[in-house]
Design a protein around this ligand. Sequence first.
Ligand code: ATP
Length: 222
Amino acid sequence: MSTVVDVDGLVVRYGAATALDGIDLFVDAGELVALIGPNGAGKSTLVNTLAGILAPAAGRCEVRGRLAVVPEGREVFPDLSVDDNLRLGGWRNGRGGRDTSAIYDLLPDLVRVRRQRAGSLSGGQQQMVAVGRALMARPDVLVVDELSLGLAPLVVADLVRHLRELNSERGIAVLLIEQNARLALDLCTRAYVLEAGRVVLHGPSAELAGSEQVAAAYLGGA
Ligand code: ATP
């Protein structure tokens, strides 16, 4: 199986502050992988390094194939229509001419709001737009940064269903960065726990969900 994300001994610093302190992580083609951890653990730093925005101070951070990011906070353009938001996703990736119909096939809920201002949509709909915009790049791996933040459980469940479909039907690998560990472990087959810039645990989700350490810190002691 080919590896789409290969991170090896990665160190990333902001000035003198070390945000990622030698992390190893991989995502194979078609895999669903979670990265969980508290605020300040270094999750966004990893996303930005994968996206090429930050440079490693040491180690390796390789993406093989196309990577698209659904950013934390969604970052849709509020004054543009849903359709134009999607087009910008293609444009940023040098695919300006690509039409959006494939995205509406994948995310049919967006069809009836396609001409609306993205800023007028609900948080869940905006997250769907952010996913659609990322899909315009035809990614091999989708990095989703805080899918569930600020969204109601039913809305999150719908988004999770779409991610599952994109994975199972289109073979898109997903790296899900989540503070909601239960959701992440439920969706993904493998998971990494990041704390203070280090991977402190990793393994099959079922194993992590059963670990006392994870349960105490991330699953409300359940
Ligand atoms: P959150 O969930 O709050 O976004 P996170 O897990 O994504 O947290 P990061 O944002 O990657 O964590 O931050 C990792 C560490 O790097 C933290 O200690 C943070 O204070 C520090 N940090 C992040 N951005 C910068 C920056 N621009 N300059 C200096 N330090 C930073």
